[in-house]
Design a protein around this ligand. Structure first.
Ligand code: SF4
Length: 160
C-alpha cells in the first residue's frame, strides 16, 4: 500500500469515527460484535483494512475460523487502534441501525473510490480470509483466495 492510499484510507476511518461519535450509539460492552457465529453476523473487510489491521495486530494462531476474531481478548479488542471499519461502525443498539447502514455505505463507497483512483483493484472478504492469507512465521501459507464483492461490513438478522 502506498503512503497516499494509506492516508486516504485513514481519512475514511476518521470520517467514520466522527459520524459514529455524532450518532452516539449505546454500547453495552457485551463483546458480541466480535463473536460472529454466536451472534449471527459476519465481519467483511477490504484488503486495505486488512493490511492496516495486520501492520500492528498481535500474533494469532492460524488457521482462523469464521466464528470470531482472534484479537478479542477478555471481551476487549487488542487491535483497537488499527481496527477495520466494521468494528468502528457496528454497534448493537437497535435505534442506531439506520444510521449505521448509512455510515457503512458511505465508508465503503469512499474506499471503493480510493481503489478506483489508485487502480488497486477491490478485494472484500470475511476477516478470517485475510487473517489466514497472512504468511505464517514458519513459512507455511494458509492462503484462502479472497472473494471480490460482498455487501455490508456487518450483517445481523435481527439487529442483534
Ligand atoms: S479487530 Fe477488535 S473490534 Fe474488530 S472484531 Fe477483532 S476484536 Fe473485535
Amino acid at each position: 500500500m502506498t503512503d497516499d492510499v494509506r492516508s486516504e484510507v485513514l481519512a475514511v476511518y476518521a470520517a467514520a469515527d466522527a459520524a459514529v461519535s455524532a450518532a452516539a450509539p449505546r454500547c453495552d460492552a457485551s463483546g458480541r460484535c466480535c463473536r460472529f457465529t454466536e451472534y449471527g453476523h459476519t465481519l467483511f473487510i477490504s484488503a486495505f483494512e486488512a493490511e492496516i489491521l495486520l501492520e500492528r495486530a498481535p500474533r494469532y494462531e492460524q488457521p482462523v475460523s469464521r466464528d470470531g476474531c482472534p484479537f478479542q481478548i477478555d471481551g476487549l479488542c487488542s487491535a483497537r487502534e488499527n481496527r477495520p471499519l466494521g468494528c468502528r461502525i457496528y454497534f448493537c443498539d437497535p435505534t442506531y441501525e439506520p444510521r449505521m447502514s448509512e455510515i457503512t455505505e458511505e465508508s465503503l463507497a469512499a474506499l471503493k473510490r480510493i481503489a478506483d483512483a489508485h487502480g488497486t483493484g477491490w478485494n472484500y472478504a470475511p476477516l478470517h480470509h485475510f487473517l489466514n492469507a497472512r504468511p505464517r512465521p514458519d513459512g507455511a501459507d494458509t492462503m484462502t483466495p479472497p472473494v471480490t464483492r460482498v455487501p455490508l461490513s456487518v450483517v445481523t438478522p435481527s439487529g442483534g
